[in-house]
Design a protein around this ligand. Structure first.
Ligand code: NAD
Length: 293
């Protein structure tokens, strides 16, 4: 069994990005600038945004955090998005999800300038991705493709099963792995909460991407020997033995499933760190595109 080490791979990618930024600085060019909008005080969101800002500093990007109270109206948020859309200093930005209930998430994602949409959530980018056109690929799927590619995991002609059909992970993964190209050319089955006999399907899989948010959902008896496992899940499970009172669990029962796997991502240290690295990569791409306009 080989661990698909997202921590190491994401550090390699960040190193590559830092070298590109050094080159920009030496040539006197503008360096990439990522902004993040955070509405409210959700603990997990604060942690995620904090990691993104720190990652920017590490690779030499500029970063801006726009923090807004959870009483922010939809109109105020849309105005802030418009400011970032038109601010030439900002190359890319994200709106951290989830948003407070009184704000329409779709309206917000639609308001982001597609050229600065480094999360790849705008329908224009999603549509371009589905049509094999140049676009921003959502960071988590982009990170999974990179892990598979860099570990030379064969995907061509393999049976891939994706569990979960979210717009940010499962659905784009199913599209990307069925496309021509690196980490593609797979025969993909997209499964979800209405799928019948899931175990029968997963037992046929050469590769399983699990993104449903139920800790240790995928058990050893649901997979065949030699399977490749990508575990996207991140859940906080109460654990009195930990100082912070919880442990981070993936969607895969790691101890059982890893014994049967050829490759597997750990949680933490697998897909999570790749997501941040690919957000940086998308921001670098955004800057390079803007520079070439
Ligand atoms: P989601 O929470 O939006 O949706 C869950 C999906 O799972 C749905 O499509 C649903 O149909 C499916 N599902 C639920 N029960 C099922 C069942 N019994 N059998 C088959 N399918 C079932 O999904 P999400 O936003 O992709 O999040 C999934 C997990 O991935 C969460 O733990 C989330 O925290 C994590 N996540 C991690 C990263 C990362 O960077 N590592 C990024 C995004 C999400």
């Amino acid at each position: 069994m080989i661990l698909l080490d997202g921590k190491k791979t994401s550090n390699d990618i960040k190193e590559e990005i830092a070298i590109a930024v050094d080159g920009m600085k030496e040539r006197g060019e503008k360096v990439p600038h990522l902004a993040a909008i955070l509405v409210g005080e959700d603990g997990a969101s604060l942690t995620y945004v904090g990691s993104k800002v720190r990652a920017c500093e590490r690779v030499g990007f500029e970063s801006t955090l726009v923090q807004m109270p959870d009483t922010t109206s939809e109109e105020e948020l849309l105005n802030t998005i418009n400011d970032l859309n038109t601010n030439d200093a900002i190359d890319g930005f994200i709106v951290q999800l989830p948003l407070p209930k009184h704000i329409d998430e779709q309206k917000v994602l639609m308001a982001v300038n597609p050229n600065k949409d480094v999360d790849g959530f705008h329908p224009e980018n999603f549509g371009k991705m589905a049509l094999d056109m140049d676009s921003f690929i959502p960071a988590t799927p982009f990170g999974i493709l990179q892990l598979l590619e860099r570990y030379e995991v064969e995907t061509k002609g393999k049976n891939t099963v994706v569990i979960g059909r979210s717009h940010i992970v499962g659905r784009p993964m199913s599209i990307l792995m069925s496309q021509k190209g690196p980490a593609g050319n797979s025969t993909v089955t997209l499964t979800h909460s209405h799928t019948k006999n899931l175990s029968e399907i997963t037992k046929q899989a050469d590769i399983i991407v699990v993104a449903l948010g139920i800790p240790e959902f995928l058990k050893g008896d649901m997979v065949k020997d030699g399977v490749v496992i990508v575990d996207v899940g991140i859940s906080r499970v109460p654990d009195a033995s930990k100082k912070r009172g919880y442990a981070i669990k993936g969607d895969v029962a790691f101890d059982e499933v890893s014994k049967k796997s050829s490759f597997i991502t750990p949680v933490p240290g697998g897909v999570g760190p790749m997501t941040i690295a690919m957000l940086l990569k998308n921001t670098l791409i955004a800057r390079e595109r803007l520079a070439n306009l």
